[in-house]
Design a protein around this ligand. Structure first.
Ligand code: ZN
Length: 184
């Protein structure tokens, strides 16, 4: 079997009891070439500014090499919703939200990934439960740096725009804050 493409496997670490354990964990991943559950890690390094671990693996059966990325899926932080309901912080939920806001916009997947990483860092650094407003605001602030249209789209949902004047006000604020400062 010849496959020149390097395959990437995402390995969830959410089943591990303590986050510090994942540094020592290597385990085995089913080989994408021959489906054997027996590999050895030939290289292991931090990726994505230390939020992920990239492992180069070699199948012990067919000796093909492949790469896995290991990152923390859920940070164990609870998000308190407006209704008072609590749910665990979901990275994938944020990602699908910003992806929807960036639909048909020239924003790279990598940019969205690092945006979500940044939000996750903020949430994790809080060291407590966060409100859905805080998560929304962090997302909004991050999107603002990425794409104006995506920002306004997200703001319309997050701030619950009722009509066109809400849009106009937000766009006005955006223009004001991004316009080069001129000395009067
Ligand atoms: Zn194999």
């Amino acid at each position: 079997m010849s496959c020149a493409v390097t395959r990437s496997w995402s390995v969830s670490t959410s089943s591990f009891p303590r986050t510090q354990d994942f540094r020592a964990y290597t385990g085995c991943v089913r080989c994408p070439y021959c489906a054997a559950d027996d590999d050895r890690v030939v290289d292991s390094r931090l990726a994505e500014d230390g939020s992920a671990i990239r492992r180069r693996r070699e199948c012990s059966v067919c000796h093909q090499r492949f790469t896995t990325f290991e990152r923390i899926d859920e940070v164990g932080v609870m998000v308190v919703k407006r209704s008072g309901e609590r749910e665990s912080f979901s990275r994938s939920k944020i990602l699908s939200g910003v992806r929807a806001a960036c639909k048909n916009r020239p924003v790279e997947t990598e940019t969205l990934e690092s945006l979500v990483n940044g939000i996750e860092d903020i949430v994790r650094a809080a060291g407590r439960d966060v409100t859905s407003e805080e998560v929304g605001l962090a997302t909004l602030n991050a999107l603002r740096l990425v794409d104006d249209v995506a920002y306004v789209r997200f703001a319309s949902v997050y701030k619950g725009f009722a009509d066109a004047s809400d849009f106009a006000r937000e766009v006005g604020n955006l223009v004001k804050s991004t316009a080069p400062k001129s000395r009067a």
